[in-house]
Design a protein around this ligand. Structure first.
Ligand code: FUB
Length: 442
């Protein structure tokens, strides 16, 4: 089990995916899908740091990979600010899923419509022609609402019929979606045969058999259980526990096949030590001859590469720390190697500015900070053209002069060399040696 948070050290070149696999920001409730572009995508919740229970979860990010080891942050695809019908205070963007049908990606997410969040859950749907950008909210699925309407999951079957599942508070419901993917054909019915269902429904199909995985009710230490059926809407036959506690009070995951290998995507709290600041992990999932699932072994190594390492983005630009302006107590120091780094960011009122950053044609760009820290977990605040992308994690590099650390986030930039990055200390001593910017190309 991987919940010892003392020895997580960042590695700039990963041989395996490592767990957690996404470390720069906190992500949870991963729903993974393989789309026709040959890549695998994770649609995850975003635990905003610092957390306030699950209230502040917002700004969904999507991650993609060609090889299971290198994951690209595709950027933010939807926030509560984009949801006109949502609760006025925002937040509460909980566990989502995405489905593809007839040339459109449908992003399903649970969100309350009222300040009284617990009784006003709805399932919103945003759509796009692309898997990880340009989503527009289409409103919520009519005819549903209220307590525990959370954790939607959508299966598009081989015959192209689509089924939605959701539930919390011990009840799991399922129903068929209409062709429009935005409404239900015959309403929802309770899924029968599940044992100790809590939340986090996920349905997949293998060799003609449907599998429904879910979180159970083990107090403060949910496990993942599953059931199978020959029909997408059950009745289900309970099959057992396949993921023991991860050390986090919640558990939530998805089971997916990519390039002939099955994986479990799940979350733990090994970076933060806090149940509301979770991190996505990946481990192998195997089946027995009879189709039952073998218990998943939680590892720190994660999974091996299953493809070629992506090439370095040809548009990547590097800005050395020597190029930035420092304010407050922040300092530019010269290392023995002659390289200059920015340090003392954590001092009150300190900040650094990278000015005139080239944004190319504008739009999505990955910002990556190269750093060193001997802290177990340092953090920085990042503002791009005054928009707040904080906080970013900076895991230990094993030494204050070891500049192997990488923390990144995909942001929106303006066209041309007119962008400004401001970085302030969030927590702990950290030195930054350079910043890179790579535009994301669709
Ligand atoms: O992430 C918020 C909630 O925690 C999800 O909806 C549940 O499944 C649990 O992971």
């Amino acid at each position: 089990m991987s919940n010892n948070n003392q020895d997580i050290i960042v590695e700039s070149k990963k041989r395996t995916s490592l767990n957690p696999v996404i470390t720069s920001i906190y992500t949870a409730d991963p729903s993974a899908h393989v789309w026709s572009d040959g890549k695998i995508y994770i649609y995850a919740s975003h635990d905003m740091d610092p957390a306030r229970g699950c209230d502040l979860m917002d700004r969904y990010h999507v991650f993609s990979s060609q090889d299971m080891v290198n994951w690209v942050d595709e950027g933010e695809i939807l926030s509560s600010d984009d949801v006109a019908w949502g609760r006025p205070e925002g937040g509460f963007m909980w566990a989502p899923d995405c489905a593809y049908k007839n040339g459109t990606y449908y992003f399903y997410y649970p969100h309350p419509s009222d300040s009284n969040w617990n009784d006003s859950w709805k399932i919103g749907v945003a759509t796009s022609k692309k898997p990880a950008s340009d989503f527009t909210d289409q409103g919520y699925i009519p005819g549903l609402g209220g307590f525990a309407l959370i954790d939607p999951c959508v299966l598009v079957d081989e015959d192209d019929r689509a089924y939605m599942y959701y539930g919390g508070g011990s009840t799991c419901l399922g129903g068929e979606l209409n062709e429009d993917m935005l409404s239900l054909k015959n309403g929802m019915t309770e899924m029968e045969g599940l044992e100790d269902f809590h939340e986090a429904a996920w349905v997949f199909k293998r060799n003609g058999l449907y599998y429904l995985t879910y979180a159970d009710n083990l107090e403060d230490n949910n496990r993942m259980r599953y059931a199978t059926s020959e029909n997408p809407l059950g009745p289900w036959m309970y099959r057992g526990i396949f993921l023991e506690p991860t050390g986090c009070s919640t558990t939530h995951g998805s089971v997916v096949e990519f390039k002939d290998q099955w994986y479990l995507f799940y979350h733990n709290q090994s970076i933060s030590g806090e149940g509301n600041l979770r991190s996505v992990c990946i481990d192998y999932l195997e089946f027995n001859e009879d189709g039952t699932i073998k218990p998943v072994i939680q590892t720190k190594e994660g999974v091996s590469s299953i493809g070629t390492t992506p090439e370095v983005n040809p548009y990547l630009k590097t800005y050395p720390a020597a190029d930035c302006m420092v304010f407050g107590g922040a300092e530019i120091q010269t290392l023995e190697s002659g390289q200059q780094v920015v340090s003392h960011l954590q001092t009150e009122g300190s900040y650094v500015l990278f000015n005139n950053i080239e944004g190319g044609e504008g739009g999505r760009a990955s910002i990556e900070l190269h750093y060193a820290t001997s802290e177990r977990l340092a953090k920085v605040n990042l503002y791009v053209n005054d928009k707040d992308y904080s906080l970013l994690n900076a895991l230990s590099t094993g030494g204050a002069q070891q500049f192997s650390g990488r923390t990144n986030i995909t942001v929106n930039v303006l066209p041309g060399a007119i962008n400004t990055l401001r970085i302030t200390g969030g927590h702990g001593e950290i030195s930054i040696i350079q910043m890179t910017i790579s535009p994301l190309v669709d």
